[in-house]
Design a protein around this ligand. Structure first.
Ligand code: IPE
Ligand code: IPE
Ligand code: MG
Length: 241
């Protein structure tokens, strides 16, 4: 079995999903405010996305803010979106240089014009690139994603654009926020939690899962290598034998 990590090994996953969890606990352990954990987590995201591109991953979807994360204190939420602004502007030139596309998935209707301006700018300036596709999930919930797709299809039926029979697993998938992305092969969750927390529910039907106790700010490319080596040794049967 070839367990080489790199772009030439066909056993490597094409799409990796990561639930970037554990920032708050990382900060708490050090007596720092939660915002310090999010700042360090953003650095990890930058490093891991660069590494993914180096080893030939085509699609990386990271969970940055869930539809349930609005329950947090306003100050923490503001801090997270301030970091997003900084990340987008700091990374713009590098993403263009490395020909990596940055996109956002989730319900964008709740964001301020200032946040939408950053998002539209970076999607416009990097959207044509194909070396690595990075999807950042913000105000994302798997259930919301499914309900949204159902509403789009219901409207198409109502308007006579399609019929009920045109609704298939494929056409449904094309209305999800991940429409241009293959299903995730591997979903990684650090921080010790063994759950999906509403991440890519429809898309993860046959994903492989990899959990670890490492807190996201401490996650390194060596940890990703460990996940990849485990993944490549799994027998994905998709219901067959
Ligand atoms: C993940 O880290 C980041 C977001 C959910 C925005 P957490 O903030 O959930 O960190 P823990 O789980 O409290 O340690
Ligand atoms: C999931 O983490 C969301 C993100 C990492 C963005 P949470 O910290 O919100 O999940 P729970 O509350 O532990 O399930
Ligand atoms: Mg958490």
């Amino acid at each position: 079995m070839d367990l080489t990590i790199g772009p030439n090994n066909p056993a490597m996953p094409k799409h990796i999903g990561i639930i970037m969890d554990g920032n708050g606990r990382w900060a708490k352990k050090r007596g720092l405010p939660r915002s310090a954990g999010h700042k360090e987590g953003a650095k990890t995201f930058k490093k891991i996305s660069e590494y993914c591109q180096k080893i030939g991953i085509k699609y990386l979807t990271v969970y940055a803010f869930s539809t349930e994360n609005w329950k947090r204190p306003e100050e923490e939420i503001e801090g997270i979106f301030a970091l997003l602004h900084i990340y987008i502007w700091n990374e713009r030139a590098r993403l263009i240089r490395d020909r990596a596309a940055l996109k956002f998935i989730g319900d964008m209707s709740r964001f301020s014009p200032a946040i939408m301006k950053d998002i539209n700018m970076i999607e416009r300036d990097t959207g044509m690139f194909d070396d690595l596709h990075i999807n950042v999930a913000i105000n994302y919930g798997g259930r919301q994603d499914i309900v949204h797709a159902a509403k789009v299809l219901a409207k198409k039926v109502k308007d006579g654009e399609i019929t009920e029979d045109d609704i298939t697993e494929e056409s449904f998938g094309r209305e999800l926020y991940t429409k241009d992305t293959p299903d995730p092969d591997l979903i990684i969750r650090p921080s010790g939690e063994l759950r999906l927390s509403n991440f890519l529910l429809y898309q993860s039907a046959y994903s492989e899962f990899w959990f670890s106790d490492i807190l996201w700010p401490d996650f390194t490319s060596d940890d990703l290598d460990r996940a990849l080596i485990d993944y490549m040794q799994r027998n994905r049967r998709f219901g067959g034998i």
